[in-house]
Design a protein around this ligand. Structure first.
Ligand SMILES: O=C(O)CCC(=O)C(=O)O
Length: 199
């Protein structure tokens, strides 16, 4: 895989984001993106299931997987070798031991696929996301367990560019929910997560 010969650009967009969210553009080159998409398209992706509901996006999990309705995570097949280098670089960038990024999800968003408001399940720790193929908007709002409603004026959002990477940790991971409105072009994400010692 060719190496990028420049440092990723840290946050050159004027967006307000929750604490603990760190975003870099140009984490990978166009050639690397092309190669990763090719590999991902060779994986067995299955429609996302949420209880009885089947989502538009398709996914594959490695290392660990979670099925809604079950309180436990279970082991999943090993991460494919083509993801190892990108995981090492992501770990170095965010000062995380790459070997601790033990859970991986690949997500394919066909045109019109969203991901609804959620926080990641408590079994996992920090979350790293790498965007491929197309830009999308990521939105955040503060989660309040007492109220299902939230003030739309309090939504923060930023455009995730293809080839960019983000880290969701601290408040952005624990206190805020995030979502992605229906995408306008085919997009993939590589999600890497640490395991939390005590969920
Ligand atoms: O595709 C993304 O960047 C976000 C995915 C996400 O929110 C999740 O897997 O929980």
């Amino acid at each position: 895989m060719p190496r990028v010969n420049r440092e990723p650009r840290l946050f050159d967009v004027s967006a307000r984001v929750p604490d603990g969210f760190v975003y870099h553009q140009d984490f990978i080159s166009e050639a690397e993106e092309h190669e990763l998409i090719g590999e991902i398209q060779g994986l067995h992706l299955t429609p996302f299931k949420y209880y009885q509901f089947t989502g538009k996006r398709r996914t594959a999990s490695f290392g660990w997987q979670y099925e809604f309705g079950k309180s436990e995570i279970t082991t999943a097949p090993d991460m494919p070798a083509f993801l190892l280098q990108v995981r090492t670089r992501a770990g170095k960038l965010f000062n995380i031991d790459p070997n601790s990024l033990t859970q991986t999800s690949i997500i394919e968003y066909s045109i019109g696929s969203p991901i609804g408001w959620h926080r990641d399940i408590p079994h996992f720790g920090v979350v790293v996301g790498i965007s491929l193929g197309a830009a999308c908007r990521m939105r955040f709002h503060k989660y309040d367990r007492r109220s299902k409603n939230f003030n739309r004026d309090e939504i923060l959002s930023l455009e995730l560019q293809p080839r960019s990477i983000y880290l969701m940790s601290g408040a952005s991971r624990e206190i805020w929910q995030h979502s992605i409105p229906p995408v306008k072009e085919l997009r993939y994400s590589i999600m890497l997560r640490t395991l939390r010692a005590k969920p």
